[in-house]
Design a protein around this ligand. Structure first.
Ligand SMILES: NC(=O)c1ccc[n+]([C@@H]2O[C@H](COP(=O)([O-])OP(=O)(O)OC[C@H]3O[C@@H](n4cnc5c(N)ncnc54)[C@H](O)[C@@H]3O)[C@@H](O)[C@H]2O)c1
Ligand SMILES: C[C@@H](CO)CCC[C@@H](C)[C@H]1CC[C@H]2[C@@H]3[C@H](O)C=C4C[C@@H](O)CC[C@]4(C)[C@H]3CC[C@]12C
Length: 369
């Protein structure tokens, strides 16, 4: 008893802890981090599920706050040993202005770094994105690449631009002296497209399929591979990095790691069918049903409609030129850097990840009826 009380000494802060990934990180920390004494969860919107966590042995502190407000961030960071910064605005559909995306993703990250420096927190793990690398605006394939694969990372869309800038800030902050004189140790994790329980876009595709009489129509050639990784494994990588940063600071500080697991390489649509198929949906066509030029035209039309309708309503469909380019460009990773640097092995096999995700979609279906 005395031993476990002594071992429980660490204070962690998870920003964005009520988001899709953030909730998995929070739950994973509570299950897998025995050294945890207090877990602070900082988010603009706090979820009601946090209440159930407050009865466990770890002190769970929910903080409603905004990463763009430096003083709120500094108050939340003060006294934390580790910060896992997952908060961000994930918008590739034109729902939010580019300025707001920049403010949350870039200025928010700057505030987190400055808070660490001012309050003496030494370990910062940043959730970056594969989009920091690509796909680029030229649509060049990135086929089973790793962290050292040369690739022309050129972006125009506000989301990848903001993630790239924020990642750069985090990596440059590695080694800065924090209050007390010790160096800050940072690193960035780059998930590919995350899937699993709570994935809003999967839910959207599922509902779209139901509306279309149980069918989805193939729009992307099956040969275009899109990297995907299970949310539980992404969360597990965050927990491991947070734990190991202190012991392997020289090796891991300032590094980037793709998030990967054993999920199969498939097209975006074929991959989704791994879950939606067992839930009763069918992907129609072995080839795209519409020619690419027509899809591009529809995507451009959606942009025009979004602009025209803006004064009346928010029209933000899944298809726009950017999402089409994303889905239509091969981008897959194949790396073992995380295993070599901090002993990462996926916690969930592909079969388990798939089963869990199917069960979740079925529960979504149940709750929709
Ligand atoms: N979903 C993916 O496929 C994916 C892939 C790669 C990287 N990422 C990155 O992972 C992180 C989490 O993404 P997600 O998919 O869980 O998104 P999400 O939208 O589900 O979660 C983001 C969380 O951040 C919070 N947040 C937003 N603005 C905030 C602010 N101003 N202050 C405080 N909290 C704020 C939101 O309330 C939300 O709970 C993001 O940084 C994203 O860029 C996501
Ligand atoms: C053309 C449509 C026909 O069915 C398919 C459109 C699919 C798109 C909506 C998604 C294709 C690729 C996705 C992105 C990718 O998985 C990686 C991402 C990185 C992450 O940081 C945020 C989410 C996302 C941008 C993800 C968003 C949805 C897609 C563009």
């Amino acid at each position: 008893m005395a031993d476990s009380a002594q071992a429980q000494k660490l204070v962690y802060l998870v920003t964005g802890g009520c988001g899709f990934l953030g909730e998995h990180v929070v739950r994973m920390l509570l299950q897998q981090e025995p050294q945890l004494r207090e877990l602070r969860i900082f988010d603009l919107h706090l979820g009601p599920w946090l209440e159930e966590l407050k009865t466990g042995p770890v002190q769970v502190t929910a903080i409603q706050g905004d990463v763009t407000q430096a003083h709120e961030v500094a108050a939340a960071v003060a006294g934390a040993h580790v910060v896992i910064h997952t908060a961000g605005l994930v918008d590739v559909f034109g729902k939010t202005s580019p300025e707001t995306i920049h403010e949350v993703n870039v200025q928010g990250t700057r505030n987190v770094i400055e808070a660490c420096v001012q309050t003496g927190t030494r370990f910062l793990v940043y959730t970056s994105s594969m989009e920091v690398v690509g796909p680029n605006i030229k649509g060049q394939p990135f086929y089973r690449g790793n962290e050292n694969t040369p690739y022309e990372a050129v972006h125009r869309h506000p989301y990848p631009c903001s993630k790239a800038l924020a990642e750069q800030l985090v990596l440059e902050a590695n080694g800065r002296k924090v209050l007390g004189g010790l160096p800050l140790v940072t690193c960035a994790l780059r998930p590919t497209g995350i899937y699993g329980e709570g994935h809003q876009i999967m839910r959207d595709f599922y509902h779209q399929g139901l509306r279309l009489g149980g069918r989805l129509f193939r729009a992307i050639p099956a040969s275009v591979e899109h990297g995907r990784v299970y949310v539980g494994n992404v969360a597990w990588m965050h927990v491991l990095v947070a734990r190991e940063l202190e012991h392997r600071a020289a090796l891991m500080g300032g590094q980037v790691y793709f998030c990967y697991d054993n999920s199969p390489y498939k097209s975006y649509e074929d991959f989704n069918m791994e879950f939606l198929g067992p839930c009763g949906l069918r992907l129609v066509g072995t080839r795209p049903l519409l020619p690419y030029w027509l899809l591009l035209f529809l995507a451009a039309l959606n942009v025009l409609l979004q602009w025209l309708l803006r004064p009346l309503l928010l029209y933000a469909p899944l298809l726009n030129p950017y999402t089409l380019a994303m889905a239509n460009t091969t981008f897959t990773v194949s790396t073992d850097k995380a295993r070599r640097h901090f002993g990462y092995e996926p916690l969930f096999s592909w079969e388990e990840s798939r089963t869990r995700t199917i069960r979740w979609v079925q529960a979504v279906e149940g709750s929709a009826q």
